[in-house]
Design a binder for this molecule. Sequence first.
Ligand SMILES: C[S@@+](CC[C@H](N)C(=O)[O-])C[C@H]1O[C@@H](n2cnc3c(N)ncnc32)[C@H](O)[C@@H]1O
Length: 289
Amino acid sequence: MLNNDRLSKLEIKKRLLEKLNTVSGNQAEQESQIMISYSANKKNYIDVNDSEIDNELINKILNERIKGKPLAKIINEKGFWKNIFYTDDYTLDPRADSEILVEQILNDCLQIKNKNKFNFLDLCCGTGCLGISIIDELENSFCDFIDVSKKALSACKKNIIKFEKQKNSMLFHSNLFENYPINRLKNIDVIVCNPPYIPTINYLSLNNETLYDPRISLDGGELGIDYYIKIIDYLINVKFKGSLYFEIDPIITENMYKYLLEKGIKIVYKKVDYLSLDRLIKITLPNTN
Ligand SMILES: C[S@@+](CC[C@H](N)C(=O)[O-])C[C@H]1O[C@@H](n2cnc3c(N)ncnc32)[C@H](O)[C@@H]1O
């Protein structure tokens, strides 16, 4: 632990790394930098001066981290895309894996000429990290956010206020599309969705750190594809004409691709994440042509 002595940033980092190596593994370096910048109330480690570091706060954080609580759940913050998002016990902490959805949607939208206004729907929004990151990059865009958890929606609202996106956002408390006005769907160009997708049997044996995220954000039913099926069936029924970008995971791809084939749904493309694992599918629905 750190004492009251004034230590340099590098010395503090070195001491933190020694403590974090066992609990944080290959994240130890990144986590030590986050702890230091958080204690100094700075966005980036590089901008922190030695005199700004709060040793007492770092000790408190380290104490909890050593007991196994994820860093994001201790400091209620997680970096995603270009911002630091508020997160808490009621939301899934944003994952770097999901950034590929933002990247791909931005790539596709920026290629569409003659269209400068996009309407998105961030379905199962949690912290809102996907929708907010997208509208932050696209001028004149608008995003509807849906979540069934009121507490997750309130975290999303905090982030919308933090990044000053109130004029470009609307929140809906809804079990999927149940309370979402159907007429709004007509104007939606893109749905982005990272639904709960861990098969229940796998959920029950998840590692301790993942279990700090709420079950409602992870458990995707017996095969992990319950949410995809409900969402796609609904959208086919209402003849949704836009594009759908889903986060996926190798744990569900076999069942997912089988289901899409049976339904005659075209996969526009798949993308892998930085570990070369299937992470995203873009689909269009059969009735839209
Ligand atoms: C995997 S998390 C994704 C959160 C965020 N979009 C992200 O990528 O970090 C899934 C989210 O779906 C929400 N959810 C679960 N069941 C839902 C339902 N029936 N309708 C709407 N949202 C739901 C959970 O509350 C959780 O916030």
